[in-house]
Design a binder for this molecule. Sequence first.
Ligand SMILES: Cc1ncc(COP(=O)(O)O)c(C=O)c1O
Length: 384
Amino acid sequence: MTQQFRARVQGALLERETLGLTRSLQVLEGGNQVSTQCGETEFINFSSNDYLGLASDKALTSAWQAGLDVYGAGSGASPLVTGFSAAHASLESSLCEWLGFDRAVLFGSGFSANQALLFTLMHKDDLLLQDKLNHASLMEAGVLCQATMKRFKHNDVLHLSQLLSGDQNALVVTEGVFSMDGDISPLKEIHQLTRNNAWLMVDDAHGVGVLGEDGAGSCNAAGIQPEILVVTFGKAFGLSGAAILCSEEVGNYLTQFARHHVYSTAIPPAQAYAITHAIGMIQTQQWRREKLHELSQVYDELLQSVDGYVATCTPIKPFILGKSQHALNVARQLKDKGFWMTAIRPPTVPEGSARLRITLTANHSIKDISALASALVQCMESNK
Ligand SMILES: Cc1ncc(COP(=O)(O)O)c(C=O)c1O
C-alpha cells in the first residue's frame, strides 16, 4: 500500500517540474531588509510584504525584547487555558479602539483566522460569495465549509449583485487590497449592496497600515464598516499573527466555536506586546506612508510606458509577463543584476498571467527604484 503514497508524491513532483512550476526554499540573510544576501551574493529586496519597513526596525525589536523580559518566552497554552495574558488583552483593546470594533479575537496567522471564521460562521444552506482573486486561505475554507460557495468576477459589483439576488443567508468576502494585483476592492459599492441582505467580511491583510487615516486600512479609506474585518500582522506590522474584528456577540461566538483559536497555542505574550507597539508606530509614523507614496510615484514615472507595467495605488506592483517560463527568465535575469524578485506563477495567479510581484517598502530609496527600473527595462529589451 505504501507504494501508492510514494507514487503519488513522485508523480506530483514530476508534474510540477514538467510544468516549470516547482517551488523551492532559499536561505536568505536579511530577508526582512532592503539589502538581503543569499550565499555570498547581495541583492536589493523587492519581494517582502514589510511595506512600512518595520520588520527589522530597532525600536520594534526592542519592544519585543522588553516584552520577553516581562512575560517570558512562550504563552504556555491555548487562550482559554492559560495562554491569554495582559499583553494579549491590551493588544485586543488597542485594535478595537483603533479600528472601531467591539471585539478582536487573536490568531497565530491570517490563514488560520480566515479558516476559523468561515468554518465557524458558515452552515449548510448558507451562501458564501467570494471575489475570484481572494487569497488561498479564504478559497480553501470556502470549498471545505458546509455552505454553497460561488465566486464573483474580480471587483465586479454587478456580477456580485446578480449572485446575491436570492433570499439565502449570505456572507460576501473580499480582500481590501488584492495581494497579487495590488488593486483595491470597490468596498463602498459592495457595502452598499450587502447592507440589507448579507454580511460583509473584508480581509485587509495588505491594506491595514498602508491605506486610510493613520493606516487604519482599506475600510477606513472607503468610509465603511464591515461586519467582519481580518487584519494580519505579518505585512505592514512587520511581525506575524492576525485578528478578527467583529461585534461583541460574534467575538463571543468565535471564543466558543472557532477551533483555530480554542485548540491552538496562543501567540507568545511578548509578540502581542510587540504588535501593540507596532500599532503605535503605524498610527504615528505617517512619514512611512508618505515615503511609500513618493517611491510609488517614481516607480510609475520610470516604468509606465514599459510592457507589463500595471498602475496601482498600493506598494504592490505586479509586472505581468504572461507565460511562467518568461516570468522565471526575467526574475533570474534580474537576480543576476542584483535584484531579489519572485516570479509568481499559476496556481497562485490565473493561467497566462505569470508575473513579477514587485513590492515597495518605506526603507527603499529613490536610487533603489531607479536601479530596478533600468534593470527591468534592459531585461524587457533583451527578451524582445
Ligand atoms: C490576503 C491575505 N490573507 C491572508 C493571508 C495569510 O496571512 P498569514 O501570512 O498571516 O497566514 C495572506 C498571506 O499572504 C494574504 O495575502
